[in-house]
Ligand binder design. Structure first.
Ligand code: ZN
Length: 295
């Protein structure tokens, strides 16, 4: 059995890693790998995409809620669970090509162009309002999922961080940092890699509302229900109008440049250390993250 096949077998033993339900006009999409703090493997990314497509296609759905089961919203991209499936092909959803059998820089560039930047951009432009319900950790790739949503409601113990600068990489693939935060705060966030508390994130405008573990679902439900009374087209057009302004301010073109720099860093890491992540796996990152301060 090759390493690839081993990974595949383990991945398939996990079931229901993304849950989907609809009630009262609200689709709830739930990441369900609580044992791994909802680390996103390739399979989860593609299942999330399928769930979003389902919610968009269903006329009964007015609002979409994204949440994560367990202690944490998301620990980020899967860089170390038994279900890590980076070497596997997925059923691609766009006119793009397979990364799995490619060498050198092409492997990761092709993968991340679809599964990270491409999907996140599509999810951000979903023509229905989306709300992220965030508890606990929202780290790196987890940030991307919260950021693509229109509103973020966070528990008082939630925190946000992007520690990938430690890998020599300029932030996660969906480079929204200077749009989610004032540029000087975005620099601090990235340079120090510290944990930003939900309270500070709310003051910075990155989080809409604060909640608690006990009231998160009810608070999000109430917001979703209220939005759901608005007309579908009015909501879709409003969202397009605001997203368009962000793009005119450079969000899309800025991300294109950041994605290229991100991949220069992956390539540099591989040249220097033989590893695209600069020798950091999940365990090593978790150890380093223990030194994070909370701001
Ligand atoms: Zn990357």
């Amino acid at each position: 059995m090759t390493d690839n096949q081993k990974t595949k077998t383990k991945t398939k033993t996990e079931v229901d890693i993304v849950l989907y339900s609809v009630a009262k006009g609200v689709a709830t999409i739930t990441m369900n790998r609580p044992k791994y703090n909802n680390a996103q493997n390739g399979r989860m990314t593609y299942e999330l995409d399928a769930a979003f497509q389902r919610a968009v296609a269903d006329d009964e759905v007015k609002v979409i809620v994204l949440k994560g089961n367990g202690k944490h919203f998301s620990a980020g991209h899967d860089i170390g669970t038994p279900g890590r499936d980076i070497n596997e092909s997925q059923d691609r959803v766009t006119l793009w090509y397979d990364h799995a059998n490619k060498d050198g820089g092409e492997f990761l560039y092709v993968r991340e162009a679809e599964a990270y930047l491409g999907m996140c951009r599509r999810w951000r432009d979903i023509p229905k309002p989306t709300i992220a319900a965030v508890q606990g950790a929202c780290i790196a790739g987890g940030l991307m999922l919260a950021w693509v949503c229109d509103l973020i409601v966070a528990t008082d113990d939630a925190f946000f961080s992007d520690p990938v600068v430690r890998m020599g990489i300029p932030g996660v693939e969906y480079f929204a940092h200077p749009f989610e935060l004032p540029p000087r705060i975005a620099k601090e966030f990235l340079f120090l890699g510290d944990r930003m508390s939900a309270q500070r994130a709310e003051r910075m405008g990155m989080v809409n509302r604060l909640s608690t573990r006990e009231t998160l679902d009810a608070d999000v439900d109430a917001i979703a229900a209220k939005i759901g009374t608005m007309p579908r087209l009015g909501l879709a057009l409003t969202k397009q109008a605001i997203n368009n302004i962000e793009d005119l301010r450079g969000k899309r073109t800025g991300m294109d440049a950041a994605f290229a720099w991100h991949h220069f860093a992956h390539g540099h890491n591989e040249l220097v250390s033989g590893d695209k992540l600069g020798g950091f796996d999940a365990k090593k990152m978790a150890e380093e993250n223990k030194n994070q301060d909370k701001t």
